[in-house]
Design a protein around this ligand. Structure first.
Ligand SMILES: [Zn+2]
Length: 214
């Protein structure tokens, strides 16, 4: 079960990835976690990545890809894996495809969680975060018991800069320019599956289950 998650930031793909990982016992892998692990363990790849980061440079696609491929060949990936947040661009997807092909492997499921931009902007605008403990609420979907007050610690709730309309729109623009072309890429490869991400979280997951169990 070799899976990558596609979909705009805020579409809920991280939530679905966690649910897939829990049900099918495959690891949920993000590039951030891989970087941290390799740097902590002082691996050769980790040292190389650290050099770029120390200079404030982006880690090149080939190196990111090497790190990802190294990770997905560990024992816990025997039954598969879910990549979340990688690949993000066509060159990264090409590099990953090439590296998998060397072992006669390929991405079997590219699951695209589809949510129109307007819905994402509305969703994010309703998010409120506790200034003190970071707990997240939503004015419509998960309102706090007392207005503007954290259920967990009583702290004040704020709209984070990350959730402001302007920031969300910028992230969506980057997504459409760099990442959305992957939808076509995996469609051509015959591994694209689209789900309607505007539905209830559990209904979205049921759709994903029927894809993975077909
Ligand atoms: Zn709090």
């Amino acid at each position: 079960m070799k899976i990558i998650m596609l979909g705009a930031p805020g579409a809920g793909k991280g939530t679905q990835a966690k649910k897939i990982a829990a049900k099918y016992h495959v690891p949920h892998i993000s590039t951030g976690d891989i970087f941290r692990a390799n740097i902590k363990e002082g691996t050769e790849l980790g040292k190389k990545a650290q050099e770029y980061m120390d200079q404030g440079l982006l880690v090149p696609d080939e190196l990111v890809c090497d790190l990802v491929v190294d990770r997905i060949h560990k024992d816990d990936c025997e039954n598969g894996f879910i990549l979340d947040g990688f690949p993000r661009t066509i060159p990264q997807a090409d590099a990953l495809d090439g590296a998998l092909a060397q072992n006669g492997e390929k991405i079997e499921y590219a699951i695209d969680v589809e949510v129109p931009d307007e819905n994402i902007i509305k969703r994010m605008a309703g998010r409120r975060s506790c200034k003190d403990c970071g707990a997240i609420f939503h004015l419509v979907y998960n309102p706090p018991k007392k207005e503007n007050c954290c259920d967990v610690c009583g702290g004040p709730l704020v709209l984070r800069d990350d959730d402001k309309e302007e920031t969300v729109k910028k992230r969506l623009d980057v997504y459409h320019e760099q990442t959305a072309p992957l939808i076509d890429h995996y469609k051509k490869a015959g591994s694209l599956y689209e789900v309607d991400g505007t539905q209830d979280i559990n209904v979205v997951f049921e759709e994903i289950e029927s894809i993975l169990e077909a």
